[in-house]
Design a protein around this ligand. Structure first.
Ligand SMILES: *[C@@H]1O[C@H](CO)[C@@H](O)[C@H](O)[C@H]1NC(C)=O
Ligand SMILES: *[C@@H]1O[C@H](CO)[C@@H](O)[C@H](O)[C@H]1NC(C)=O
Ligand SMILES: *[C@@H]1O[C@H](CO)[C@@H](O)[C@H](O)[C@H]1NC(C)=O
Ligand SMILES: *[C@@H]1O[C@H](CO)[C@@H](O)[C@H](O)[C@H]1NC(C)=O
Length: 564
């Protein structure tokens, strides 16, 4: 394992995912504490490097990922955060009518003030070093969270002023929210003065994501996830700058969501209390959107849909052979239409996910009335599978959605899919290349690297998974929208979801956010910084697990958070 983490030196900055930094200095000094307990040279950025180095700007590229950790962009100056640290917006074109920026600012104050009571006296400090607030300038008045929206921001903090205001510029309020997240990672409580400090000013950070789609899947069918649990997951996604919550709502095991058009569908819930009303779903969407996160809703058809039957048994081929959904029954498509019609009122994201994976058609071939229907329509079972998926796609298009489907649809009848399909890779390698060569878009979630339920997949595996592997043509690269880590719910409920997601999802989040040339070639270089990020998550009340163990591991021994 990569257990080479520097202890308690919380002086250092976290910066996860790593932003692009503009460095104003050509010579920088990296001073790293000596820690004899850990092997030398094992982790480049951590305390294992037992020397003081002077590097030139030409060498900075080697150190990029360590910028935050090793304090590369130091400007010597410590700023002291005022107790009435405030938000200024004059000159901004964004009116903030619905309070998205104000709420983001409140969350910022919460995360920087929650870990300690800052009861020191700020008047002891030189007024020109008091950080009085943050001035946010947003150029677009629009707050629609469109897919592919500009998420860039520029954050600058001068080393003195009268008093100092941090400056944050962004095209959209959602870019500004990312800037506030980065700012939060610069704030440190000083135990001597009991004041929150921003160290090593001046700062200049110019930042934007590499991919427009940076997702996390949650599964509320295998286990019900209560609304406050989902909201906490959303909060933690924002800390890592993920921007799509893929909500795998329904599967074979349970149907927890209210569907007004077909009100008996949620008879397939595990119990009468393990359900979401449509108002709950709207709340998840709104809560996420206010943090810059879109919700991709999924109904997985025609397989993975056994739980539709308790409400409407005619959706099953028969009582004895219950899935996939009955392809021969017009009612099946009416129900899908009703669901997607109800979805379109609440799930406003450009895409809906229609599943389409792991379809075992044997029930269609063995159930007499379905077999007769197949014969009458001169279809074999695999043609009927294509017919079903394509018809569901047309229904989704009629409700204004573009479609995401799992990769089996592409693997079986890729040339028949709507051109508005995004193929969701999960089975393995080589698929993304074929999808983009066929001119379709793709999301990467290969199960060997990006499935969080695979507990033996380590964070370096998550970090190293490159969505554009083997894709060199720039036009084809653009068709890779990004990727998604998947938290399948067989062994996940409110008791363990956070520690199974974090910190491994953060390793993938950096892969999806940070420019390729700034990513670590060797994930070991990230260890210290990721360890700090996971401690930061703990400080914010997120149950992120230690790095040094398989997914969801418990700490092995007494010790500092920074060393686990
Ligand atoms: C905390 O503040 C004191 C007094 O200004 C300073 O000497 C010390 O370096 C600060 N601590 C850290 C960890 O920066
Ligand atoms: C498909 O389903 C049938 C009947 O439910 C089952 O007997 C068969 O083992 C399944 N095939 C696969 C590959 O899972
Ligand atoms: C189904 O029919 C198609 C078209 O005739 C054919 O290419 C395919 O091999 C058939 N599949 C099976 C499983 O028989
Ligand atoms: C890239 O290509 C190599 C060589 O063909 C192959 O081994 C590898 O699996 C491919 N990687 C991905 C992610 O498809």
């Amino acid at each position: 394992m990569y257990n080479c983490i520097s202890p308690g030196n919380v002086n250092n900055f976290v910066f996860f995912p790593s932003p692009s930094l503009s460095l104003s200095h050509t010579h920088v000094v990296i001073v790293i504490a000596i820690n004899l307990h850990y092997p030398i040279g094992h982790c480049f950025c951590s305390s294992c490097v037992q020397e003081v180095k002077t590097i030139t700007s030409l060498q900075i590229s080697e150190f990029k990922l360590c910028d935050g950790e090793a304090g590369v962009s130091y400007g010597h100056q410590v700023l002291y955060m005022s107790k009435d640290f405030g938000l200024r917006t004059e000159g901004s074109k964004y009116p903030d009518a619905s309070g998205i920026l104000k709420d983001g600012f409140s969350r910022l104050l919460y995360v920087i003030q929650a870990p300690h009571v800052a009861d020191g006296t700020i008047s002891h400090f030189q007024q020109s070093l008091v950080l009085q607030g943050i001035h946010v300038l947003i150029s677009s008045p629009n707050e629609k969270l469109e897919y592919g929206i500009d998420e860039s921001y520029k954050l600058s903090i001068a080393s003195s002023g009268a008093p100092v205001y941090a400056h944050l510029e962004a095209q959209t309020v959602y870019g500004a929210l990312h800037g506030l997240q980065t700012f939060s990672q610069l704030c440190h409580f000083n135990f001597t003065t009991r004041v929150i400090e921003v160290r090593q000013a001046p700062w200049e950070i110019s930042d934007q994501p590499r991919f427009p789609y940076r997702g996390l899947l949650i599964d509320t069918s295998r286990h019900y996830q209560p609304l406050p649990v989902i909201k906490k997951v959303v909060d933690s996604m924002a800390y890592a700058k993920l921007n799509v919550l893929h909500w795998h709502i329904v599967d074979s095991q349970s149907f927890p969501l209210e569907i007004p058009s077909y009100p008996k569908l949620w008879n397939g819930a595990y119990s009468i209390s393990e359900r979401y009303t449509m108002a709950d779903a709207a709340e998840v969407v709104s809560y996420a959107q206010r943090q810059g996160i879109n919700v991709l809703a999924e109904i997985d058809v025609p397989g993975h849909a056994l739980s539709w039957g308790p409400g409407y048994p005619t959706l099953w081929p028969s009582k004895d052979c219950q899935q996939p959904l009955d392809v021969s029954n017009e009612f099946t498509f009416q129900v899908i239409d009703g669901i997607l019609s109800d979805f379109s009122k609440v799930f406003k994201f450009k895409f809906v996910h229609l599943g389409g994976d792991e379809v075992n058609t044997s029930c269609w071939e063995t159930t007499p009335h379905v077999r007769n229907w197949l014969q009458k329509h001169s279809m074999n079972a695999s043609e009927a599978y294509a017919y079903f998926v394509l018809r569901a796609q047309k229904i989704a298009l009629s409700h204004g959605y573009e479609i995401v489907n799992w990769e089996e649809t592409f693997n079986n009848f890729g040339n028949k899919l709507s051109r508005k399909t995004v193929v969701h890779n999960w089975l393995g390698s080589g698929v993304v290349e074929r999808v983009v060569a066929a001119g379709l878009r793709c999301i990467v979630s290969n199960q060997d690297k990006w499935y969080l339920d695979h507990l033996d997949t380590t964070w370096p595996d998550f970090y190293s998974n490159e969505p554009l592997a083997n894709i060199t043509n720039p036009k084809q690269q653009e068709l890779v929208l990004g990727g998604e880590v998947c938290m399948w719910g067989e062994h996940i409920d409110g008791s363990d979801i956070e520690q199974t997601i974090w910190p491994r999802a953060a390793a993938a989040a950096e892969r999806l956010w940070t420019p390729y040339e700034k990513l670590a070639k060797d994930p070991k270089q990230v260890t210290g910084r990721l360890a700090r990020f996971r401690c930061l998550l703990n400080q914010r009340g997120v149950a992120a697990a230690p790095l040094a163990l398989p997914g969801r591991g418990a700490p092995l021994e007494p010790g500092s958070c920074y060393m686990q």
